[in-house]
Design a protein around this ligand. Sequence first.
Ligand code: TYD
Length: 215
Amino acid sequence: MTPEKRHGLPGLFVAFEGGDGAGKSTQASLLCEFLGAAGIPVIRTREPGGTPVGEKLRSLVLEHGQGEIDARTEALLFAASRAAHVAQVILPALARGAVVVCDRYVDSSVAYQGAGRELGAQAVLDVNLWAVAGLRPDLTVLLDVEPAEGRNRRTALNATEDRMEAEPDPFHERIRTQFLQLAERSADRYLVLPADEERDQLGGQILDAVLERLS
Ligand code: TYD
């Protein structure tokens, strides 16, 4: 049976989630390339960012040297960036019938701010659902990575770490556990894959899940 869409718009909303270094960007690109080549309208976007306001908030919250940012302010900056992103980018694209491929969404805040920063999953979820007027993805792909492995992958690619990546392993462990709990609770919209599987193998499974929801 094809899973039901909840937002009632003609497009399909796909979010990629996972710890730092899980390879979300690679898989999001692969998916967009395939859909584009098949003539399916698709947009790729990312959080935090995707709009001029969002990009500014992104650099505020991620770059070092902005001074101290307390956890609640950080959570609200991500939620504000997301509100702009949904209103200006995601909803219009879904209304046009496009597949929206989004690098991170609400569950990143639940995991990073709710669990990582220990603000509480439910409180962060509530704030974010208000910010996005209740919009949830039709499919969330979780690329599950062990924190130590994620750190190895990141340092192999890029030597500089942002404010989140620079946090110690227990922070990233809490995030991973939270993502897995979210996936368990919303099994109907989650596809959980081990990030260390071979690139094309992962890509094939993600594509199958998307095509199933498009049919
Ligand atoms: P992103 O650019 O997706 O990083 P990467 O490509 O390295 O995974 O996200 C930047 C960082 O912001 C990442 O460490 C996760 C964090 N983040 C949050 O803490 N909360 C959020 O709501 C989002 C969207 C991201």
